[in-house]
Design a protein around this ligand. Structure first.
Ligand code: CMP
Length: 254
């Protein structure tokens, strides 16, 4: 895609049906091999492919950009594609019947999402929203499935990715059932990318509450206590960990 085309994709109005339908902001790239964006080379899926395999997938991919806050797709949308993150981050979340947002994962460069609906042909199991400005490669079911049928190694990679997500979900469920809130909260914070470098994590207290399965008020009480003890710093919509070693003790990791 030329930079002019990318610009158009970027400026197109938000898609009515998200990336799972036929959104206006997505454009099909010219069917000639394009270089794998460097970020994808390191991802679990693309790493498994030789150059021919990458070309085969990427010549058919659509490259698209979303601004921070844009919806990529909603829970329950029909899903015929999966996405690889080239740059930026996408937040996967569910809204509960009580209207609470439960954050399941943040997907960063090189990682893929949308593989569940792509594989089982059903609706999206969660919603996806651009956490920052981001660029995605969108891969359609009709292109990916034949490749998976021919390449068992690639199918195994995708299975391994799903297993990793299932393991993390199981761990989280067990934590919610058996660990105290401060332990869960500390563990969740420490699991965020960039946390050890003291980066500000774009997580509101409501989102954190959704991640640890508690009420925002309880999360706020612990965070304020930790701020008083110099363990975290807090701002509007963000939290940063100032003393990871102390937080690891609360998380019962040390
Ligand atoms: P899909 O169901 O197509 O659309 C929502 C996507 O969110 C899903 O595919 C997965 O890629 C991703 N997803 C769903 N649940 C989780 C989870 N627990 N952890 C990480 N990613 C998830």
């Amino acid at each position: 895609m030329t930079s002019a085309e990318e610009g158009r994709a970027n400026n197109a109005p938000p898609a009515a049906g998200g990336a799972s339908g036929a959104p206006a902001r997505l454009e099909r790239v010219t069917p000639t091999p394009i270089a794998t964006p460097t970020a994808l080379d390191g991802g679990l899926l693309f790493r498994a492919l030789d150059q021919a395999g990458r070309d085969e997938l990427l010549t058919r991919a659509r490259r698209c950009r979303y601004a921070a806050g844009d919806t990529v797709f909603h829970l329950g949308d029909p899903g015929q594609s999966m996405m690889a993150v080239v740059s930026g981050a996408v937040r996967i979340s569910l809204v509960t019947s009580k209207g609470r947002d439960v954050v399941l994962a943040d997907i960063g460069p090189g990682e893929v999402f949308g593989e569940v609906a792509l594989l089982d042909g059903r609706e999206r199991s969660a919603g996806a929203r651009a956490l920052t400005d981001c660029e995605l490669m969108v891969l359609d079911r009709r292109d990916v499935i034949p490749l998976l049928e021919r390449r068992p190694d690639l199918s195994l990679r995708l299975l391994s990715l799903l297993c990793g997500r299932l393991r993390r979900s199981d761990e989280r469920m067990a934590d919610i059932a058996f660990s105290e809130l401060p332990t869960r909260l500390a563990k969740t914070l420490l699991a965020q990318p960039g946390v050890l470098g003291g980066e500000r994590l774009s997580l509101s207290q409501s989102e954190l509450a959704g991640m640890v399965g508690s009420a925002r008020e309880n999360v706020n009480r612990h965070l304020r206590d930790w701020r008083r003890r110099g363990i975290v710093e807090l701002g509007k919509g963000w939290v940063a960990v100032a003393r990871p070693a102390e937080l690891a003790m609360i998380a019962e990791l040390t």
